[in-house]
Write a protein that binds this ligand. Structure first.
Ligand SMILES: NC(=O)C1=CN([C@@H]2O[C@H](COP(=O)(O)OP(=O)(O)OC[C@H]3O[C@@H](n4cnc5c(N)ncnc54)[C@H](O)[C@@H]3O)[C@@H](O)[C@H]2O)C=CC1
Ligand SMILES: O=C([O-])CC(=O)C(=O)O
Length: 259
C-alpha cells in the first residue's frame, strides 16, 4: 500500500515516523502534499518520501490511499478530487463534513469510483455506541464538553476557567476548526450537527485535552470523560487523534470489522 499524506504538520510527521521509520503499517508513505515548502522538504529528506506542492502531481503519483492531516479547508477542497482520481481516503479534519451537502457529494463520488472514505474516531471514543443507540432513531441527546489549556485555544493571560462556546456542533466547528473536529465525528455518528451540543472551556488547570461526552436515549444514558495527552508537536491535538489515523491505516482492507 502506497500512502499519500496531505499536510506537513504534527500528525503528518507522526505518521511518517511510525510508518516509514518504525514500519508500524504494511505500507509506505511515498508522497506528501502541502503548502509549506521548508517543512515538506525537511520531511522528504528525513523520512525518504517525495514532497509535492502541486496537488495534481501528488494525486497522479503511485499512491493507493490519501490521508488528510491538514485542516478543515483542505479536506473540503480535496476530498472529492482524491476520490475522482481513484484513491481511498482517510480524513482527520472531519469538521469539513459539517456541511451535509458536502458529505452527500463525497458519498456519491466514492460510490461512483468504487472507493472508500474513512472518518476515524479521532481524539474521542463512543461513536460505535452512538450509532447503535440511534439505529432506530432512539438517541435523544448528545453533548460534548471540551476542556483545553488557554494556549491550545489561542488565549493568553487567563487565570480562571472560561466558557468560550455553548451551542450546536455545526457552529462550534466554524469557530474552532482546529479544536472540535471530535464534535463533528460525534454528530455524524449520532443525531447531527444541529442537535449535538458543544461546550468549549479554556481551563488553565488542565494539561490534558479533556472531552466529556453525555448521551441519552431509548438505550439509557452514558457519561464518559477522556483525558488526552496532547502531542508535543501541537498541544491542540491529542495523541489519540494521530493514533486513530494509524489504526485506520492498519485496518485497511481487513475483512473483519470490530466496533
Ligand atoms: N478528528 C480529530 O479528533 C482531530 C482532528 N484534527 C485535525 O487534524 C488537522 C491536523 O492536525 P495537526 O497535524 O496536529 O495540525 P498542524 O497544525 O500541526 O499541521 C497542519 C498542517 O496542515 C497544513 N495546512 C493548513 N492549512 C492548509 C491549507 N489551506 N493548505 C495546505 N496545507 C495546509 C499546515 O501547513 C500544516 O502542515 C487539524 O487541523 C484538525 O483539522 C486535529 C486533532 C484532532
Ligand atoms: O485533539 C483533540 O483533543 C481534539 C481536537 O483538536 C479536534 O477535535 O479538532
Amino acid at each position: 500500500m502506497n500512502i499519500g499524506i496531505m499536510g506537513t504538520g504534527n500528525i503528518a510527521e507522526y505518521l511518517l515516523k511510525s510508518i516509514n521509520k518504525e514500519k508500524q503499517v504494511t505500507g509506505i508513505v511515498t508522497a506528501v502534499f502541502g503548502r509549506n515548502q521548508a517543512a515538506g522538504k525537511g520531511l522528504a529528506e528525513t523520512y525518504q518520501t517525495r514532497f509535492y506542492r502541486d496537488f495534481n502531481s501528488f494525486i497522479k503519483s503511485d499512491i493507493d490511499i490519501v490521508v488528510e492531516a491538514a485542516a478543515v479547508e483542505v479536506a473540503a477542497a480535496y476530498s472529492v478530487p482524491v476520490l475522482e482520481n481513484g484513491k481511498d481516503l482517510i480524513v482527520s479534519s472531519v469538521g469539513a463534513f459539517a456541511d451535509g451537502g458536502f458529505l452527500e457529494n463525497v458519498r456519491e463520488t466514492a460510490k461512483d469510483h468504487g472507493r472508500t472514505v474513512h472518518l476515524p474516531s479521532g481524539a474521542v471514543g463512543g461513536l460505535d455506541l452512538l450509532k447503535s443507540a440511534n439505529a432506530l432513531g432512539g438517541l435523544e441527546k448528545v453533548m460534548i464538553t471540551t476542556r483545553k489549556s488557554p494556549a491550545s485555544l489561542g488565549l493568553e493571560g487567563i487565570s480562571e476557567e472560561k466558557r468560550l462556546f455553548d451551542g450546536p456542533a455545526g457552529e462550534a466547528i466554524r469557530e474552532f476548526p482546529k479544536n472540535v473536529n471530535v464534535a463533528l465525528a460525534l454528530s455524524l455518528a449520532g443525531i447531527g450537527t444541529e442537535k449535538t451540543r458543544v461546550r468549549v472551556i479554556a481551563d488553565p488547570s488542565v494539561e490534558r485535552n479533556t472531552h466529556t461526552i453525555e448521551a441519552e436515549g431509548s438505550f439509557g444514558n452514558i457519561k464518559t470523560t477522556i483525558e488526552n495527552l496532547p502531542m508535543p508537536g501541537n498541544p491542540k491535538t491529542s495523541y489519540l487523534a494521530a493514533l486513530s489515523v494509524l489504526a485506520a491505516l492498519k485496518n485497511q482492507g481487513n475483512p473483519v470489522v470490530i466496533g
